[in-house]
Design a protein. Structure first.
Length: 732
């Protein structure tokens, strides 16, 4: 049977022992020189084979290494792999000697122009390191290379599964034996068992007439498992793949999931984190998917601009978050050799990820690159040859680009690019025909908007936050209002570190609706408030509630992002209530238009004037006339409580856990302008990524820790303003 051993521990890197995932150079939060990691690095690990490895296939599986990797065993080169986002295998069989062997991994973090995405300028960083998991794989000499599972005619009553199993037979042994396929439901109950004789290295079969199969859906993401067992005279190999039954189709009339229309409301995600770059493992990847699904409450994420961790994708499968996955690149297309590598990247991406039900579209263009007929014919052909079940998209930003893909995927930054709009005033999105240049409709989706058109920091003032919110609302409203548009994916979910040529001069693009620690900015509630209240009530007034924060004074007009039917205002302890309803006039297409509060909603001057008392307020949200939620804002907030929230309180070894600290006032609101420094004291088997003395930014701070051994991790937070706070994480 196959053994896949965790190989993340005990690597030697620059004279110290490190564990993976690993970032070669820890960067400061901002204002750094990204050239520091653009050089060679070496990782080494000792391997001592034991007798159970005899007559087996032994390989090291690298989930991803950035970049241009060469792997040596006892100084003999075993494999090289240039792409920093795809997995590869170093086959050690026949090369291992008895006793100590030295595995050496040489990487080159420089932006080598012959490798995608490099050669031009890119608006993100490609942090050097062995930044994803590594496994040692021990199998029989004939093993399963990959399994492709398709579910044709999924909307029929009786369902079927089409399977391709490819074997890897490096020693070219004459093939014989049996392949046994077991289909299991979510509970592990076997639904069918099939057996096939092995005569070739590709075995294709179909399991049909399956009854009572549940579809995979965003609200009910039911997963099935196919266990494949290969029995040959030389041993047994086994591999399991999860998949789902679902159909996903972009049409001229929008997007359909399982035959039902679904408007896509998405965000783009970079896979980077402060200090540690790409190098956070499973639990942090899981958490990001959960933040997108449960906090931001979008229904799709675009993995801009490269294939992301399989942990992230696994979690998207489990929780029902759709994915648009794309190949690595940014605006630049290199020479023929570079293009060949990019076509290989299409293959690597699809062969790694074709069984994820969450993935509904392959991005096979270099993000925002110019047209290139021959190259993009080839990327599309490759995608279609490998996967006949999914459509392709090709993200562009200029209009009238050549439409080779199945879905016209357009970054529409018109809201902000006034010079392009020909004095038409403020327009949130262009019509698809204006963007495609075609005289007929095609499957169409907006894949980016806002971003660099209106960068907004968490710490920015209330007026700017309002405008940020408004822009996201207006684009979503336009997308919801156009039945021919499959939907819109905002730029972007999280702020990210970037090259000097982008961002705010401090190596950060503040384009997220959340900051780099995934703390929400006001605009994040634009997305969550569009979701049904049964999944969680949202009521977020876009204000710090102060007399003198805005120009002139006061908080009006005040946008309230909510999925309640209406709100009531109550000032101080007055009996008087003011009911205010959503703005159905300006945001008629949104599932939940915002409530925009202005002077017309209040008789007289309930707020008083400059020099008079500023009131407390309670804003209550009602659903079906019942009180659903209340938010209080206090006129004289003082620092009252320091909240520490770890994402997980019980973990296993090697878990990367985010911890969020928030400074709160008497009624639990974040104190956005409190710039206190806090010190993190960590005890127990763990490390912190980044410094342990950090400022609150917009009232919060965040960091990630990694559990290194069994025991109790104690995190205490020390500051001048608040009493010491502590929290524990148990490592089991
Ligand atoms: C787009 C690009 C993104 C990001 C964004 C900022 O043009 O595709 O990667 O740079 O602009 O708004």
């Amino acid at each position: 049977m196959r053994k896949l051993l965790n190989f993340n521990k005990n690597w030697i890197f620059e004279n110290s022992e490190v564990c993976l995932p690993h970032n070669a150079i820890e960067l400061p939060f901002n204002y750094f020189d990204e050239k520091t990691y653009q050089r060679e690095f070496i990782y080494e690990k000792i391997i001592i084979p034991n007798s159970t490895w005899d007559n087996k296939e032994i390989s090291v599986v690298f989930e991803a290494v950035m970049a241009n990797t060469q792997v040596f065993l006892n100084n003999k080169k075993i494999v090289s792999h240039t792409d920093g986002y795809s997995p590869f295998i170093a086959r050690l069989t026949d090369e291992l000697k008895k006793g100590e062997n030295i595995l050496k991994v040489k990487i080159d973090g420089s932006e080598n122009p012959s490798i995608p995405p490099f050669g031009g300028r890119i608006d993100y960083l490609t942090y050097a390191g062995i930044y994803r998991d590594v496994h040692l794989r021990i199998t029989s000499p004939i093993l399963i290379q990959n399994i492709k599972i398709e579910t044709p005619n999924v909307l029929n009553e009786k369902k079927s599964v089409k399977v391709n199993v490819n074997l890897f037979n490096p020693k070219k042994i004459t093939l014989s034996g049996l392949l046994i396929a077991k289909l299991k439901d979510t509970e592990g109950k076997i639904l069918s068992t099939s057996k096939f004789k092995i005569t070739r290295d590709e075995i294709c079969f179909e399991i049909d007439k399956l009854e009572n199969i549940k579809l995979w859906d965003i609200d009910n993401p039911v997963l099935y498992t196919l266990d494949i067992r290969v029995e040959t005279p030389y041993g047994i190999d086994n591999l399991s793949e999860r998949f789902g039954f679902r159909s996903a189709e972009f049409t001229k009339e929008g997007f359909f999931l399982n035959g039902n229309p679904l408007k896509i409301r998405g965000l783009n995600r970079h896979q980077s984190f402060p200090y540690v770059g790409y190098a956070l493992g499973k639990s942090a990847q899981y958490k990001d998917a959960e933040i997108l699904k449960y906090d931001l409450r979008v229904n799709l994420v675009r993995t801009s601009h490269y294939p992301q961790s399989k942990h992230f994708l696994n979690r998207c499968d489990e929780i029902g978050l759709l994915v648009f996955e794309e190949i690595a690149g940014w605006q630049h297309i290199g020479d023929k050799e570079w293009q060949n590598k990019s076509i290989e990247n299409v293959q690597n991406m699809i062969e790694r990820d074709w069984n994820h039900p969450s993935i509904i579209l392959w991005g096979v263009r270099i993000n925002e690159s110019p047209d290139n007929h021959e190259f993009y014919l080839r990327t599309n052909q490759m995608a279609h040859r490998l996967d006949g079940t999914r459509q392709t998209g090709g993200v562009r930003k200029f209009i009238e680009g050549e439409f080779i893909e199945d879905v016209f995927t357009m970054n529409d930054f018109i809201l902000g690019e006034e010079e392009l709009n020909g004095n038409r005033g403020r327009i949130p999105l262009r019509s698809q025909r204006e963007c495609t240049g075609l005289s007929y409709d095609v499957p169409y989706m907006v894949t980016e908007f806002n971003g660099h058109m209106f960068p907004t920091k968490s710490i920015d003032n209330e007026l700017r936050q309002n405008e940020h919110v408004l822009r996201h609302l207006q684009v979503l409203n336009a997308a919801y209002g156009d039945s021919k548009n499959a939907g819109a994916i905002g730029w972007c979910a999280f702020d990210y570190n970037t090259h000097k040529d982008f961002g705010s001069g401090d190596r950060i693009c503040y384009h997220g609706v959340m900051d780099m620690f995934r703390e929400p900015k006001f605009a994040s509630y634009v997305y969550s408030s569009q979701d049904h209240a049964k999944n969680g009530i949202v009521l977020e007034p876009v204000t710090v509630w102060a007399r003198g924060e805005r120009n002139i004074q006061g908080v009006l007009p005040l946008i309230i992002l909510t999925n309640c039917d209406y709100v009531e205002f109550q000032f101080n302890d007055s009996e008087e209530r003011f009911s205010i309803y959503p703005d159905f006039k300006n945001f008629s297409n949104l599932p939940h238009p915002p409530i925009i509060v202005d002077t017309e909603h209040f008789p007289g001057n309930v707020f008083g004037t400059w020099g008079t008392d500023w009131p407390n307020v309670t804003i209550s949200g009602f659903i079906n006339r019942k009180l659903a939620i209340s938010r209080r804002f206090i006129a004289d907030p003082v620092p009252t409580n320091l909240e520490i929230i770890p994402d997980l309180e019980e973990v296993s070894i090697g878990a990367d856990v985010r911890v969020i600290i928030r400074a709160l006032d008497q009624v639990g609101n974040k104190m956005r302008y409190l710039n206190e420094t806090i010190t993190v004291n960590l005890s127990g088997p763990s490390i912190i990524f980044g410094p342990n003395s950090i400022p609150l930014r917009a009232g919060s701070a965040g960091f990630w820790i990694r559990s290194l051994g069994i025991g109790k991790i104690k995190i205490s937070i020390i500051s001048n303003l608040f009493a010491q706070k502590e929290v524990s994480i148990i490592v089991k």
